[in-house]
Design a protein around this ligand. Structure first.
Ligand SMILES: *Cc1c(COP(=O)(O)O)cnc(C)c1O
Length: 373
């Protein structure tokens, strides 16, 4: 059987009764849009984060866009972020009408290099948008200091970091707003699309609720633009309520998979060898992805194919090198660490229900390819 980098079917097998009950609960509720399930999920998701407000939206990309818009960011404004991210982070900035500005990432953990942010701030900068990539948090203290000093909004992209902690604080509670995706593969994923924005600012939350609902507070009357139809679906919200109760189990399962990789692959590391994920001090990683690195990445992936092991690269193209972002004017070589990483990283299968036997096949095949005996 071909291993997959991600597979929801073993989880569905276990949770089928609960998931189908969630669907039925909504179908029988008599309210299919913005009903009790969305409201309850919003309350429960905020409570999971120790309070504040949550607005459910239709996906993670629009969560980023609406968060920026609700904080007053739009055309003419610059938002400092990274190019080593899922492209939607950057698409969302442009959808808000703002201009993305990239800083490079750190060589050890692939996260925003916060030492480079001050130099990227101009009079037009209005927000910092760190991405808690692969499941661990960016160092937030220096960003908070810069945001306060320059009067900038601080928005966390938490699409890959549900439940991750940073010096004990949970991802999504350290900025002015935080955007989440519930795309199926995510640490808290649903059976379709979904997203949310968290904030502790009631005024920002009020605007978010308008922006996801055409710009209306009540039916048929537009109060404020830019309006969108970006509602979280009632069925997805009810599924998310059920899955939120198991988020701790999912995170523990992912950490168990990561530990098994770390033990099984330790002998392949060393100079010129495989580089395993490095966890920043103070971070509790949730391992959305298990990203490793090798100088002969493409060859390794090619040879693993004959073992029926499918691997993924997240992400093969730095955002600033894509034609869709050519107008931003970043030359090749302008973000050297990001560009080097894109040619060397790859992701091993990672999901909480990954069978140890499948995982051991991956570990064994990597040994055949990298340390043939
Ligand atoms: C998945 C993801 C998004 C986009 O979420 P969607 O729900 O797919 O729109 C944004 N940012 C990051 C970092 C992501 O991983």
């Amino acid at each position: 059987m071909t291993t997959r980098v991600w597979d929801y079917l073993p989880e569905y097998e276990k949770e089928r009764v609960d998931i189908l009950d969630a669907v039925n609960t909504v179908f029988e509720s008599g309210q299919l849009i913005l009903g009790a399930s969305v409201r309850n999920f919003e309350d429960e998701f905020a409570a999971y984060h120790g309070g504040g407000r949550c607005t459910g939206v239709d996906n993670g990309t629009n969560a980023v866009t609406l968060a920026l818009e609700a904080l007053g960011i739009g055309p003419g404004d610059e938002v400092v972020t990274v190019s080593n991210t899922a492209a939607p982070t950057v698409v969302a900035i442009t959808s808000a009408g703002a201009t993305p500005v990239f800083v490079d990432v750190r060589e050890d953990d692939y996260l925003m290099d916060t030492d480079l942010v001050a130099a990227a701030i101009t009079p037009r900068t209005k927000a910092l948008l760190p991405v808690h990539l692969y499941g661990q948090c960016v160092d937030m203290a220096p960003l908070r200091r810069l945001a306060d000093e320059h009067d900038l909004a601080l928005v966390e992209d938490c699409a890959q970091a549900h439940g991750a902690r940073h010096h004990g604080r949970i991802a999504g509670t350290m900025g002015d707003a935080a955007a989440f995706s519930f795309y199926p593969t995510k640490v808290l994923g649903t059976y379709g699309d979904g997203g949310a924005v968290l904030t502790r600012d009631d005024d920002v939350d009020r605007v978010l609720r308008r922006l996801r609902y055409y710009g209306m507070d009540k039916r048929y009357y537009v109060v404020q633009l830019p309006g969108h139809n970006s509602r979280l679906d009632e069925v997805q919200a009810e599924i998310l309520r059920r899955k939120l109760r198991r988020l701790g189990e999912y995170i523990a399962g992912r950490n168990a998979v990561a530990e098994r990789y770390a033990e099984g692959l330790a002998d392949l590391t060393g100079p010129g060898g495989l580089v395993l994920p490095s966890v920043r001090p103070g971070n509790d990683h949730v391992y959305y992805l298990y990203v490793v690195r090798h100088r002969r990445r493409d060859e390794v992936i090619e040879r693993l194919r004959s073992y029926d092991i499918a691997l993924n690269v997240s992400y093969p193209w730095p955002v600033h090198t894509m034609t869709g972002f050519a107008h931003l004017g970043y030359a090749a070589g302008s973000l050297p660490v990001t560009e080097r990483l894109a040619g060397e990283i790859f992701s091993l299968p990672m999901y909480p229900s990954l069978a140890p036997s499948l995982q051991d096949r991956v570990i064994g095949a990597l040994h055949d390819v990298l340390a043939p005996r």
